[in-house]
Ligand binder design. Structure first.
Ligand SMILES: Cc1cc2nc3c(=O)[nH]c(=O)nc-3n(C[C@H](O)[C@H](O)[C@H](O)COP(=O)(O)OP(=O)(O)OC[C@H]3O[C@@H](n4cnc5c(N)ncnc54)[C@H](O)[C@@H]3O)c2cc1C
Ligand code: FES
Length: 300
C-alpha cells in the first residue's frame, strides 16, 4: 500500500464555531452557515472540513463536508438569510456547507440552531486544479454540487473570457436546492431528473450528450470537466470523457474517519503511470483525482 506522511495543510485549524444560519433548502437537504474566519480565509475549491457535533460523543467520529461557499461579512447581507451586522466584527468571515440527511450525524445536525456550535477542522484535501481551458463543465449528481460552486466561480474570475456550464442531475425536482447560486455567478445551469419532474428526463450523461449535439464544445478547444456525485454516476462521466480525450477531475466521497491520513478508512483504488493500482487515502491525496487514474471497476 502506498504511504506518505500525514500532511494536513499548515493552515488546518481545529475549533468550535458558532452556527449563524441553518435552514432546509430542498427535500432532506440543509444549508448551514458557520462563523469560522480561519477556515473561510484558507479554503480553496474542492477542499472539505471534518465536522462534529460540539460536546457530543454520538456519533463519535466527524464527517467530511465540502466547503460550499465562503463569505465576507458585507456580502452576507444580501445573500441567503439576512444576518444583522454586529458593529464590532467587520472582518468576520463565514463558511457555508450544504448537506443531505443520510444517517446519524446529518439527522442530529438538523436540530441544531443558530447560536449552537459545531467542532470542525479544515480546510483538508488537495482541492481542484483550475483547468487551462475556455469552457469548464461542472457535473453534479445528488448532493455533489457542494464541491463545485467555488471552482466555477474561481474559474470565471481567473479566465474572464471563459464560460461555465453546470449540469446537475437528481432523482426528482424537489432535491434541487439553491441552483440559483450557480446562475448568480454567471454559470449556465442545466438540470436532469430521472422522473422528468424538472429539466431533461434522464441523467447528467444525457446532458453532456446534448451539449455535444448542440456543438457547445469547440473541436479544437475541448472543455474540461469537474465532477462530483455518486460513484456510479462519476464512473459513467469518466467513461464518457475518456472516450473523447476530455480531461476530467472527480471529487470522491469515500467515507472518512480522521480526515488527516491516520486511519486509512478512506482509501480508493488509484492507477499509477505504469498501469498498476494501489490504495490511496482520499483525505490527503484527494478527494480530487484525475478520473482516468481511478480503477472504477474496483471502486463500485
Ligand atoms: C470529501 C467529502 C466531501 C463530502 N461533502 C459532502 C457534502 O458537502 N454534503 C453532504 O451531504 N455529504 C458530503 N459528503 C458525504 C458525507 O460525509 C456522508 O454522507 C456522511 O457519512 C454523512 O454522515 P451521517 O452520519 O449522516 O451518515 P452515515 O451514518 O455516515 O451514513 C451515510 C450513508 O453512507 C453509508 N455508509 C456509511 N459508512 C459507510 C461505509 N464505510 N461504506 C459504505 N457506505 C457507508 C450509510 O449506509 C448511509 O447510506 C462528503 C464526503 C466526502 C468524503
Ligand atoms: S480519513 Fe483517515 S486516513 Fe483518510
Amino acid at each position: 500500500m502506498h504511504m506518505s506522511s500525514p500532511s494536513p495543510s499548515c493552515t488546518t485549524v481545529y475549533q468550535q464555531a458558532e452556527i449563524v444560519a441553518h435552514e432546509q433548502i430542498a427535500e432532506a437537504t440543509w444549508r448551514i452557515r458557520i462563523d469560522c474566519p480561519d477556515l473561510a480565509r484558507a479554503a480553496r475549491p474542492g477542499q472539505f472540513a471534518m465536522v462534529r457535533l460540539a460536546n457530543q460523543n454520538d456519533p463519535l467520529l466527524a464527517r467530511p463536508l465540502a466547503v460550499y461557499d465562503v463569505f465576507g461579512h458585507d456580502q452576507v447581507l444580501d445573500r441567503w438569510q439576512q444576518i444583522p451586522a454586529p458593529a464590532d466584527c467587520r472582518d468576520q468571515k463565514f463558511v457555508d456547507f450544504i448537506y443531505a440527511v443520510a444517517g446519524k450525524f446529518t439527522t442530529a445536525l438538523t436540530s441544531y440552531r443558530p447560536g449552537d456550535c459545531v467542532s470542525l477542522w479544515g480546510p483538508l484535501g488537495n482541492g481542484f486544479q483550475t483547468p487551462a481551458v475556455n469552457h469548464l463543465v461542472l457535473v453534479a449528481g445528488g448532493i455533489g454540487q457542494t464541491a463545485l460552486l467555488m471552482l466555477g466561480r474561481d474559474f470565471l474570475a481567473k479566465v474572464p473570457s471563459g464560460h461555465v456550464t453546470f449540469c446537475w442531475g437528481a432523482r426528482h425536482a424537489n432535491l434541487f436546492g439553491h441552483a440559483e447560486d450557480f446562475t448568480d455567478h454567471g454559470m449556465q445551469v442545466r438540470l436532469a431528473t430521472l422522473d422528468g419532474s424538472k429539466g431533461h428526463r434522464g441523467t447528467v450523461v444525457d446532458l453532456l450528450d446534448n451539449l455535444e449535439k448542440e456543438k457547445a464544445f469547440q473541436i479544437n478547444e475541448p472543455p474540461a470537466i469537474a465532477c462530483c456525485g455518486p460513484e456510479g454516476m462519476m464512473a459513467a462521466v469518466a467513461k464518457w470523457t475518456a472516450s473523447r480525450s476530455i480531461k476530467c477531475q472527480v471529487s470522491l466521497e469515500t467515507p472518512m474517519a480522521c480526515g488527516i491520513g491516520i486511519c486509512f478508512s478512506c482509501v480508493a483504488p488509484v492507477i499509477d503511470k505504469e498501469g498498476n493500482w494501489d490504495y490511496r487515502r482520499t483525505c490527503i491525496e484527494g478527494p480530487i483525482f484525475d478520473s482516468q487514474t481511478i480503477d472504477w471497476d474496483a471502486m463500485i
